[in-house]
Design a protein around this ligand. Sequence first.
Ligand code: APR
Length: 268
Amino acid sequence: MINQELIIKAAQMISESQYVVAFTGAGISAESGISTYRDKGGIWDKYPEGSSGGIMSVISNHPEDAPQILMGVFRSLKDAAPNPGHNALVELEKMGYLRSVITQNIDNLHREAGNKQVLELHGNALRLRCLECGKQQIYEREPYFRMMTGLISQTGPFSIQEMIKSLPLCKCGGHTRLDAVTFGEAVQDYPMAQKEAQACDMMLILGTSGVVYPAAAMPDYALSKGAKLIEINPKKSPFTKNCDIFLEGKTGELLPEIVIALKNILRC
Ligand code: APR
């Protein structure tokens, strides 16, 4: 049951804000068919070591499962499309009520939905980065996933090293790698993201368990500058206690309601 009173209160707070920033996690893509990491059935629920060691720790512990795990990840990314939660953030940006999206997600869905200022702390799984010159190359979905699933299912015993070596070379001739950040690697766009979090007077915390740092420091930066926090999540998180509003539910259902309520407020 959607709490309309809280929806209107959240819309009211957004309408009174000067600088709104969204901080998103896997939950906002759950309704696009990409399972979250730590919910029941998620990849880290099945392979707990991944929660602190990432996909490479899972692959080294379960080499026999590697092709099927990677195929599952790429298939869900391939079939995904922006959902009403992503689209509501684009609407907020178009209305002038969202300055940037800081995301932990690597699925490219905020960009595909149409948000212009997207900071991808954990990189982007649809992008390859050159190990020589550092050039980042984003790929079109279809050909990219055809290539990736082809590399995973190529004959012979699966080897992650062989798969990486078979990725397309950069124009400079250098080898490339998936431009997604794995545990122990430096996150991307951090200085910009920190600046955005410290500049905002309102942060929307959308679909994250808030357990992975340094990304999970974003709401702390916002709070340290006196920002208000609104969280949307079916479950409470470590952020909930500091939020001005906690909306229990799905981003794909609640964000569009907030946009409708905001439009009604602006019409008055
Ligand atoms: N709408 C909103 N939130 C949802 C929805 C939904 N439809 N479905 C699930 N959630 C919430 C869950 O309750 C949970 O709090 O989304 C959150 C997902 O948490 P995680 O699976 O831990 O994902 P995330 O917080 O993004 O993980 C952060 O961990 O392994 C790393 O690199 C990975 O970027 C990831 C990081």
